[in-house]
Design a protein around this ligand. Structure first.
Ligand SMILES: [Zn+2]
Length: 86
């Protein structure tokens, strides 16, 4: 089902709902006010809200690499200190 973004006129909250193309969200999920209006979705917004599997994977990989680099650095540091002491 497609995802729609609504904004409530009463509490001004945004919320996302999944429903069929011919259906409408009848009330605000926060304050139950009737007839929230649908917010047109901008493509770039949608892309940032829905992370692609590949993108998350790349970010995770980058984080692991960064951690490894830090670890290497710490190890080198420890080695240097060890040799200094002897
Ligand atoms: Zn509301």
């Amino acid at each position: 089902m497609p995802k729609y973004v609504y904004k409530c006129n009463e509490c001004e909250e945004h919320f996302e709902v999944y429903h069929g193309m011919s259906e409408n969200q009848e009330g605000c999920v926060y304050c139950r006010a009737l007839s929230p209006h649908r917010v047109p979705q901008m493509p770039f917004l949608k892309r940032s809200v829905e992370p692609k599997g590949g993108k998350v994977g790349e970010e995770t990989k980058a984080a692991i690499e960064a951690n490894r680099a830090l670890l290497e650095e710490a190890r080198e540091e420890a080695k240097r200190n060890f040799y200094d002491d002897t």
